[in-house]
Design a protein. Sequence first.
Length: 171
Amino acid sequence: MNQEVSVEPKPETTRPPRRWGRILFFLFGAVILALVAIWGFRQYGIWSHSRAADGVVAFIASEKERITALQMADTYGGKTPQETLAMYIAAVEKRDYELASKYFVFGNQEKEKNIFTNISKENFENYISLLKQANFKNEGYSLTRDFFSVSEPLMVDFVKYPNGIWKIVEI
């Protein structure tokens, strides 16, 4: 009983070698890793810019509070632009330039204090005369009524501080 077993040869498959599969796997992984890295760097950039913007907003808010506190404590000026200008003219006529400068907003006080150092008597008298002729019209108020401007014969701008005091911005 001899049975012969016939063994047929297996057909050959055309399977790619495993080496190509690994290369494709690593290439695909590298692309995914690169995309994740790019996305991560973008997210970090957005986050860091957001933090910087938050810092600027906080700084502006603290500066606004500081300036408002300074403005609230400032008592030099009148309850109207006309009153403030009259007080300024009176101080200048007395040649009290220190007091006159206090009727200006904080940023312009030093400049205004020194403006009369080299002015001739004729120019001084002309300046005072022009200021006394200031034409205050109701049309000079801003819509919010916290800014006032005189345009004749000199340009004079006023701003209302939070405490209700009017200050000269510039002449």
